[in-house]
Design a protein around this ligand. Sequence first.
Ligand SMILES: O=C(CO)[C@H](O)[C@H](O)COP(=O)(O)O
Ligand SMILES: [Co+2]
Length: 225
Amino acid sequence: MLEDVKIAPSVLSADFMHLADELADIRDADYVHFDVMDGHFVPNLTFGPDVLRAVKGACELPVDAHLMISNPDEMLPSYLDAGADLVSFQYEATAHANRLVALIHDHGARASIALNPATPVGMLESIIDELDMVLVMTVNPGFGGQSYLPSSTKKLRQLRRLCDEHGVRPLIEVDGGISARNAAEVTCAGANVLVAGSAVFGVQDRPAAIAAIRKAGLTGTAKKA
Ligand SMILES: O=C(CO)[C@H](O)[C@H](O)COP(=O)(O)O
Ligand SMILES: [Co+2]
């Protein structure tokens, strides 16, 4: 059976002055990707829990919160209370990954760990069975509009192998530099949730951009099957 490909446009690249209209434009997507940056873990600052709550109220898509923050242990509850449906925290930002995964599950949300490009997938060996998703950063986090790091493709295959060895099938999300041009490459390597910021919000026709990325991604899925 062919695997589905989910599209998660990142509001990092949206027009913040017209966020409600921007969200209406991506209703064909599967998630809204919400990048939280704190100016410490990454050299950029974006939005907090109140904006997440507003986004949640203005759109019907599940909110896929990506926390690029140094203190997820302290801040995670605020994002869960604000309505995040799926939460990724960065592996590099905590010594208590298991505790955070349990906290997310206790709130009824889905739990994910994000790996920076320099963090090997082997770090997930002892926790992979507990995860609903793994987010593979395909650029160094902090900014939209960067180019896909080619080494990510091999890493996705390694992650797929790790999941196979454990007999688990978490979602595999790729984030950074994804477009219709490389969607097939990443899905063929194992990704099934594609974050796209500039490739969606950087063009006029967002529904067409989402459809093009999905179509290209499905081509890669078919090759893998
Ligand atoms: O987490 C992120 C950056 O740290 C963003 O989700 C990502 O960069 C999306 O933007 P683009 O598709 O333009 O690369
Ligand atoms: Co992100």
